[in-house]
Design a protein around this ligand. Structure first.
Ligand SMILES: *[C@@H]1O[C@H](CO)[C@@H](O)[C@H](O)[C@H]1NC(C)=O
Ligand SMILES: *[C@@H]1O[C@H](CO)[C@@H](O)[C@H](O)[C@H]1NC(C)=O
Ligand SMILES: *[C@@H]1O[C@H](CO)[C@@H](O)[C@H](O)[C@H]1NC(C)=O
Length: 442
């Protein structure tokens, strides 16, 4: 049904007929299949509106992620919240559940043997879409362990040639998964695998170590990235690269992440020593207080931090001590970043004064719908009910969630899963691609 996920070669054939040729020739890109070929300049703002429109239409012909079959749900209506379209999307999802054939690990290993073919076939955007974006590279730390198709769709959605991407694959992932990720990353100069992979144990220090290993690798790259964002395997962006760049510029060097005063329950996570083998468990051993002069805060694993923040945590002795101290606490990802971001000397941080309390909804890093905060907004709920399914109290978004989450300011949302609702993911892809090329909603 989604031709490109099921019958890629036929889809590619169709694509070939369009005579795709995005050629990078001494910095000039031609969109060649048009009778009046376009250069990258023609996408910009110096040219007349008709020329720009003509060239952007040409680019969209090549790169649209719109379904090409009749009877597909209308994503334009779904993202506007049209209840009939959403109902049809949900029905179609229920009908096709478990029947989708997504590209698997062997497929990716296979297809990426010809990188040029892979990028065309999967419709990667291989040119910077604007000077503003080109001048503002972003670093991503992506921590994943399974579901190759979801990873590749996330990468495609956040990919831009001027950015840099570190992918940390869990040591415990299967060899086929690692091989497929290695094959995908090898097709890009600016996507690489973390040099020191670790085995990630849920709620343990290893989750932070994975990000830190990527950060260390990203600092070594010669891409002058300005901000770092981290993702896990079930995230998906709500904004285009251009929108992300604009948001980061307005942050003006500040970081954005959830950071709030901890409850008594959360405090327990660092009052006791925790032991880790293949899972984490509390002991009766009390820990010493944290080796910092400022209070502890809690948040989540998702951060948006400036490059100086990342440099600082590797060289400041007090931060190093604090990092050593949190290693035997429960889920340090949820208090390490949140606390660092309220320490006055840390680049991009905010004062630890109460006026700077920031909830996950007010921070921009991640849109997450928790089961216990959903309901009727008129009756005081934080967000409307989840239309997908809950996993560990977190909504895996369905098609009916899109119109609301797309109105939020967050750069990314968690969680998406094609096995729960492929239409939701599919409409997000189409929406973002359309907006990337035309700067308007689909
Ligand atoms: C989808 O709906 C929009 C209106 O929101 C309409 O303009 C468009 O033609 C529809 N597309 C299809 C393929 O039916
Ligand atoms: C690998 O590619 C070949 C040639 O395109 C194809 O015949 C084969 O089915 C593919 N195998 C897998 C596992 O994707
Ligand atoms: C993907 O792999 C399956 C077998 O695992 C194969 O049937 C299918 O043709 C492959 N598709 C592509 C595009 O290689």
């Amino acid at each position: 049904m989604f031709q490109c996920d099921i019958k890629p070669f036929r889809c590619f054939h169709f694509y070939r007929i369009l005579l795709l040729a995005l050629l990078a020739l001494s910095g000039t890109i031609y969109i060649k299949h048009l009778s009046n070929p376009c250069t990258i300049k023609d996408l910009g703002y110096e040219v007349s509106n008709t020329r720009k429109q003509y060239c952007r239409n040409g680019l969209y012909d090549l790169l649209s992620l719109r379904p090409r079959k009749k009877g597909e749900p209308n994503c334009s209506k779904i993202i506007k919240g049209d209840s009939d379209a959403i109902k049809r999307g949900l029905q179609m999802n229920a009908f096709t559940k478990g029947k989708y054939v997504h590209l698997n690990e062997q497929n990716y290993t296979n297809i990426t043997q010809d990188c040029h073919y892979f990028k065309e076939f999967r419709k990667y955007i291989t040119i910077p879409m604007s000077k503003e974006e080109e001048d503002f590279p972003i670093a991503y730390s992506m921590v994943i362990h399974e579901k190759i198709n979801m990873f590749e769709r996330l990468l495609r959605a956040i990919y831009a040639p001027q950015n840099i991407y570190c992918v940390h694959v869990d040591e415990k992932s299967t060899e086929q998964f690692k091989a497929a990720v290695r094959a995908i990353t090898s097709c890009f100069d600016n996507v690489f695998m973390a040099s020191k992979p670790v085995q990630v144990v849920y709620a343990s220090w290893s989750r932070v170590q994975a990000d830190i290993n990527c950060m260390e690798d990203l600092l070594k790259s010669n891409v002058p990235w300005r901000y770092l964002l981290n993702t896990c395997g079930t995230d998906f962006p709500l904004k285009t690269n251009a929108e992300i760049v604009r948001t980061l510029r307005t942050l003006n060097g500040k970081n954005t992440m959830e950071s709030e005063r901890p409850s008594a329950g959360k405090r327990r996570r660092w009052e006791y020593h925790y032991e880790v083998d293949d899972h984490i468990s509390e002991t009766e051993t009390k820990k010493l207080p944290p080796p910092i002069n400022t209070p502890m805060f809690t948040g989540n694993a998702y951060i948006v931090v400036c490059s100086d923040f990342v440099k600082y945590i590797f060289k400041d002795p007090q931060v190093q001590q604090f990092i050593d101290w949190v290693k035997d606490t429960y889920s340090p990802d949820e208090h390490l970043w949140a606390t660092l971001n309220r320490m006055p000397d840390v680049p991009g941080s905010s004062p630890y004064n109460d006026k700077y309390e920031l909830s996950d909804m007010n921070a921009m890093a991640r849109m997450v719908k928790w089961s216990y905060s959903e309901g009727e907004i008129l009756k005081g709920a934080a967000y409307p009910p989840c239309t997908g399914a809950y996993r560990r109290s977190i909504c895996v978004y369905g098609a009916g969630d899109l119109s609301w989450i797309l109105k939020q300011h967050h750069l990314l949302a968690n969680k998406f899963d094609p096995e729960v609702d492929n239409i939701a993911l599919f409409c997000m892809e189409e929406y973002l691609r359309h907006k990337t090329i035309f700067n308007t909603d689909v």
